[in-house]
Design a protein around this ligand. Structure first.
Ligand code: IPE
Ligand code: IPE
Ligand code: MG
Length: 255
């Protein structure tokens, strides 16, 4: 079934930045009597699909929550297998990203990831840094609370060195110390697998994001599912604290 592609006139209703909490790999595997790692393996395929689906649908930045700061507390063999899959994934995508001009960035404490993963990340980020049309951001060892702590430390040291002025502190100034510095805030946050929670993901950046929860398990997530989320987003009215009349002047005329 072909998924609906946005007409150029619809561009404003396309979220510039979509962020996805990819959840449900374990349940996908369990339903089939397979080991959890098989769910993660199929989850990587869904990552490949989503990366290109988002770009085809006109999204400029896609952030994928791949490993949380809290996921280290899973059984050691699962953590090890996830790191192995991540390294394999990065190794296999490098050429494709360069060919397709996909820029790779990360958010999270990546310095705590295994050396092999860090090397692959550095090489892919380096090889794709000049691309500007489409960015894939992997959230790795990411958690909003550690992000805030790291940002506060970085901000305090910038103040001490005279690079930031405490007197004119602002969100703009502080946000330059978050892992997401230079990235647009997410417009749409999607979570798969039927859970309705945010699990320490982009808490500050999603202050005005629209949320979309779907029961689909991550390995089953297709381009059509992403298109459905974007179509739902297009029907929302984002008011940023204002009234409907303010954000939609034509609504005032109708009263
Ligand atoms: C998401 O799937 C992948 C990661 C968190 C790494 P889960 O592994 O959380 O799958 P469920 O929630 O157990 O089904
Ligand atoms: C959130 O999923 C983290 C990622 C998708 C990487 P979890 O499965 O870890 O979240 P909880 O534990 O159900 O909140
Ligand atoms: Mg989960």
């Amino acid at each position: 079934m072909p998924s609906p592609s946005p007409a150029p006139a619809d561009r404003a209703s396309i979220p510039r930045h979509v962020a996805i909490i990819m959840d449900g790999n374990g349940r996908w595997a369990k339903q089939r009597g397979l080991p959890r790692i098989e769910g993660h393996r199929r989850g990587v395929e869904a990552v490949r699909t989503a990366t290109y689906a988002a770009r085809d649908l006109g999204v400029r930045t896609l952030t994928l929550y791949a490993f949380s700061a809290e996921n280290w507390s899973r059984p050691q063999d699962e953590v090890g297998a996830l790191m192995g899959l991540l390294e394999l994934y990065l190794r296999s995508e490098l050429k494709t990203f360069v060919r397709d001009r996909v820029r790779l960035q990360t958010i999270g404490r990546t310095a705590d990831l295994p050396d092999g993963v860090q090397r692959r990340l550095a090489e892919t980020i380096d090889a794709t840094r000049s691309f500007s049309d489409y960015t894939l951001v992997l959230a790795l060892n990411y958690g909003s609370r550690t992000e805030v702590v790291d940002a506060a430390r970085s901000y305090a040291s910038a103040v001490a060195m005279g690079r930031e002025k405490l007197n004119d502190s602002s969100w703009e100034a502080f946000s330059r110390h978050l892992y997401t510095a230079g990235m647009p805030d997410p417009d749409l946050v999607i979570r798969t697998s039927g859970e309705s929670r945010i699990s320490n993901f982009l808490l500050l950046q999603a202050a005005y994001a629209e949320f979309y929860f779907t029961p689909v398990l991550w390995p089953d997530f297709t381009k059509a599912d992403l298109a459905a989320a974007i179509a739902d987003y297009a029907r929302r009215e984002r008011r940023y604290g204002q009234t409907s009349e303010q954000v939609r002047p034509d609504a005032a005329a109708v009263k």
